[in-house]
Every structure is written in C-alpha cells, then in structure tokens.
Design a protein around this ligand. Structure first.
Ligand SMILES: *Cc1c(COP(=O)(O)O)cnc(C)c1O
Length: 244
C-alpha cells in the first residue's frame, strides 16, 4: 500500500480499467464458446453486469468498454448509481427481492425488473410505472425448488402472475428469471426453467426472455436457452464476504 493510492489515483484507476477489460474479454470468450457449443448466435444472449456492492467508477469503466446493461439488487444503492451515472444512458436491471415500498423509486430508473414474484408487487409496480410515465419490462421469477426464501414463485403459479403483468398497461411481460438452487445441478434446474418458459410462451408468445446463469453456471444456462445472463463475480471479482 502507498499513501497516495485511492479512488482518484490515476494509476490505480487505469489498473482497475485494465483488469475489468481483461475480465470482460474472458467473459465474452466464455459466452462465445457457450453459444457455439449450443448452436446459438452470440447476439441471442445479453450480458448483464451485476454491479451490486461495486463503485460507480467500475460501472463507468465497463460502460466505456461497451457494456450497457447493469444489474443491482438493492434499491438505495441502485438509485444512487443510476443518478450518478445518468449521463451514460445505461439500462438498469433490478434483480433483487423487491418490497412494494421501493417500487416508486425503482420505477424511476429500472428498465427491467427480473424479480416479480407476487400479485401485490405486480399491482404496485404497475401503478408506479404509470405514475412515472415509464414502461417497465418484467420477468416473473421462478423458484425452481419451491423454496421461495430467495424469491420466486413455484412453477405452477407463474401463469397467474404473468396474466396480471400482461394486463398492466405500463408493464411489459418479457419472460422468466431464476436463480439455480444450490442443491440442484444447474443443467437440470435450467432445463426445468426452459420448460416453464416454453409453457409461458404458449400463453404469451411475446414472453421470450429467459434470465438465467450467473458467474459459476453461465454455460449451463446458455445451453438451456438463456437470453440474459447476470454476471457479477466473473467481471468484478469476488465480492466482500457479507450476505450477497
Ligand atoms: C449477485 C447476483 C448475481 C451475480 O452473481 P455472480 O455469482 O457474482 O455472478 C446474479 N443474479 C442475482 C439475482 C444476484 O443477486
């Protein structure tokens, strides 16, 4: 450590940018290989950089490298970053469990909410989107093992929730999202999600998005048809060891 190192140290900032560029290149290579292995085009999969706990400077550095989509899971943190980086024209994805009392704030900056998992949330997010004069893309979060503590609804409840999203004037039903349960092999979990997504498309042909895959399991997700992968650690490094 030197006394001069700090957020405004230009050498440190350049080093951080170079590290992020290398991580982005490695991630892009993984995505390319996963798409090729699955017989899919690379442009069928959108990379979302999950920037939770990371400083705005990291986001700006990735934005300068061409990344547009960023994911956050806490409203207060996300709102601050969205405000600070408003000039960059980024797309903010809310990927965390969402309380109804945060919907007004989230509706002001999020273009996509991945974690819609109850009717009351559809109602409140829908009216806050109307109030904000914005359209919000919505994914229904599916709990693949039925343990809803990490968010999500069990597969049989997806259709009812999706129907409510589909009739909300300021919400656009886009598809489904899931986090692979720790106890289930990712390929199996994402295969299950792919079937839930296919059933949903039977009812709502426009609901084509599948948000699945994190740093450890993106290959399995792409093989199972993911259209959006949510990567934190693979881009930014290991997060400080608290709950997320
Ligand atoms: C943190 C988080 C991610 C990213 O996880 P990594 O393992 O760091 O890639 C993806 N999705 C959600 C919902 C998250 O909370």
């Amino acid at each position: 450590m030197t006394g001069s190192a700090g957020p405004s140290d230009p050498d440190a900032a350049a080093g951080r940018s170079a590290a992020l560029a290398a991580a982005l290149a490695a991630v892009d290579e993984r995505l390319r290989a996963a798409c090729a292995a699955a017989g899919r085009r690379r442009d069928e999969v959108t990379l979302i950089a999950v920037s939770k706990t990371r400083p705005a400077a990291d986001i700006a550095a990735l934005a300068a490298l061409g990344v547009r989509d960023f994911g956050e899971n806490r409203d207060q943190e996300a709102a601050g970053k969205a405000r600070e980086l408003a000039g960059l024209d980024l797309a903010w994805h809310f990927v965390g469990q969402l309380q109804t009392n945060k919907c007004r704030s989230v509706a002001a900056y999020a273009g996509v909410v991945h974690s819609v998992d109850r009717l009351r949330l559809v109602g409140v997010l829908g009216s806050e989107a109307v109030r904000a004069g914005r359209k919000i893309d919505v994914l229904v979060q599916v709990s693949l093992d039925g343990d809803t503590r990490r968010g999500g609804v069990p597969a049989p409840a997806v259709a009812e929730l999706a129907a409510a999203v589909a009739v909300a004037p300021a919400l656009r039903l886009r598809g489904v999202m899931a986090i692979a349960p720790l106890a289930v092999e990712p390929a199996r979990a994402f295969g299950q999600l792919d079937r839930v997504a296919a059933d949903l498309r039977g009812l709502h042909p426009g609901a084509t998005w599948i948000s699945a895959g994190m740093s450890a399991d993106l290959e399995a997700a792409v093989a199972a048809g993911a259209t959006h992968v949510r990567l934190g650690t693979a881009l930014f490094g290991v997060r400080p060891p608290f709950d997320r």
